[in-house]
Design a protein around this ligand. Structure first.
Ligand code: BES
Ligand code: ZN
Length: 457
């Protein structure tokens, strides 16, 4: 193991150069004009998997973006881990708010700034470097390893989910490892045992064939922008409670012990408010910020489109209005049932003066796991070795839709072993990844494989 660790220390500079190449590829899964870039990124990743010594490297075509697979299965008698991550990234808008361009990685104060730096290319790359260190220094890995990297996580893993179900035998593993989450804070390594799910809806209202003169016709027809605002206003009440009938029916209430655990975490509300630049924090009455973001469902408008939004005034009644609305879900809510309840309620409260179209854009299951298994214990030891501190247990407000599918299809525990930071600006301008976390993440991953080798389940 010493030679593996020495190798990691000696190669820090090269790692950053290689990561820079990966981050320069604009693999934005949501935008059709970046389709070829996503493919180029899949090819880059596949070449890297082969170069570090993994076998059976394969770029699997899907109807969407490719899945990249590889394995190394020569640790006879040792457990098998499946490592999953994603090489796609979110769109980079608003571009004007980036200090340096999103696909020209820049290092400032020990952080590398680029879209995808933390979510998830940097975290995936940490594992690839740990695998490389083991294979190059010892000719083997302590465990059997299967790698699955997808290009559609940021758009809901639509094609990976059926792939996992259809290839459950081939993908069989004792444990699934994912590094696509955050640490609780700087210097506080974490293992995440819960993720929220997601139901993402689009509402389109149409009032007339085209925009109208607001003087000639104002008063004669409904204004879809006004109607949409009224519909949205009825989705939540003033205390933050969601008003969709049945929305909370399946919500698993927080246990008192869990609330107490959350309270023990070193969470600083004032620091968060300042970091976010919010005049006040807000949310559901009766719950702390951690409870609201980790363990309670939410409903949020993600975007609105209607009428004249250019300079100055233009006197129109817009023909149409559109809203994108996401609901983050907690166990045991089901995205399909929530989507149905949302649709039924919105149909009921929308007046007949406009045509209504509701589309479900995507859904993902919430996930929560027991953390008293040998793999979580192995991960805790590895984080302590890599970061010099024992990890805390956390939940997250974000979603990784495939986690629940892995757990169900492979019947294996999932360990979320993340190296991001809460101020990494995921999905926002100036996304970054802390290079010490990256480097400690390589060490922790290298230790993790060894720790898993020593587990007896
Ligand atoms: N890495 C994130 C999930 C995440 C976010 C974990 C914040 C911890 C904290 C992941 O790539 C992501 O953003 N997922 C999407 C999924 C969606 C598009 C289906 C999300 O949560 O919005
Ligand atoms: Zn991610």
């Amino acid at each position: 193991m010493n030679s593996v660790i020495d190798f990691i220390h000696a190669n820090r500079g090269r790692y950053v150069e290689e990561l820079t190449q990966l981050l320069a590829i604009p693999s934005i899964s949501a935008l059709p004009e970046h389709r070829d870039d996503v493919r180029r990124c899949a090819a880059w990743v596949a070449d890297e998997l082969a170069r570090i010594g993994l076998e059976h490297v394969e770029v699997v075509e899907t109807e969407g973006h490719p899945i990249v697979r590889a394995d190394w299965l020569h640790a006879e008698g040792a457990p098998t881990a499946l490592f999953y991550g994603h090489y796609d990234v979110q769109p980079a808008d608003p571009l004007g708010e980036w200090t340096t361009p999103p696909f020209e990685p820049d290092i400032r104060d020990g952080e590398i700034f680029a879209r995808g730096a933390s979510d998830d290319k940097g975290q995936v790359f940490a594992h690839l470097k740990a695998i490389e260190a083991h294979l190059s220094q010892t000719g083997r890995l302590p465990i059997n390893m299967k790698v699955v990297l997808e290009g559609e996580e940021e758009v809901g893993s639509e094609h990976l989910a059926p792939y996992v179900r259809g290839h459950a035998g081939e993908l069989a593993a004792s444990v699934v490892i994912i590094s696509d989450t955050e640490m609780f804070d700087r210097g506080v390594p974490s293992i995440c045992y819960g993720l929220r799910g997601l139901a993402y809806m689009q509402i389109e209202l149409r009032g007339t064939k085209g925009d109208l003169h607001s003087g000639s016709y104002g008063g004669a027809v409904a204004n879809p922008a006004n109607v949409l605002a009224h519909v949205i206003a009825q989705l939540k009440d003033k205390s933050g409670t969601i008003r969709i009938p049945g929305f909370y029916d399946d919500v698993r209430e927080l246990r008192e012990e869990e609330r107490a655990e959350f309270k023990r975490l070193p969470f600083d509300e004032i620091a968060l408010r300042k970091h976010l630049g919010a005049p006040r924090l807000a949310g559901e009455r009766g719950y702390s910020v951690l409870e609201r973001t980790w363990a309670r469902p939410t409903l949020d408008v993600n975007g609105l489109l209607a009428g004249w939004t250019g300079e100055g005034s233009k006197t129109i009644i817009p023909a149409a209005a559109m809203a994108k609305i996401s609901m983050r879900l907690v166990p045991d809510q089901h995205p399909d049932r929530i989507a149905e309840r949302f649709e039924a309620y919105v149909r009921k409260i929308t007046p007949r003066t406009v045509d209504l179209k509701i589309t479900k854009l995507h859904g993902g299951m919430p996930w929560m796991t027991d953390f008293d298994n040998v793999y979580v214990q192995a991960a805790a030891r590895a984080l302590e070795q890599g970061f010099g501190k024992r990890p805390v247990l956390t939940r997250e407000g974000g979603s990784i839709p495939i986690v629940a599918d892995f757990q169900a299809a492979l019947d294996a525990p999932v360990v979320l072993f993340g190296f991001g930071l809460p101020d990494d600006n995921l999905h926002a301008p100036n996304e970054k990844f802390n290079l010490d976390n990256f480097f400690n993440g390589v060490l922790a991953s290298a230790f993790l494989y060894r720790e898993i080798a020593g587990t007896k389940s």
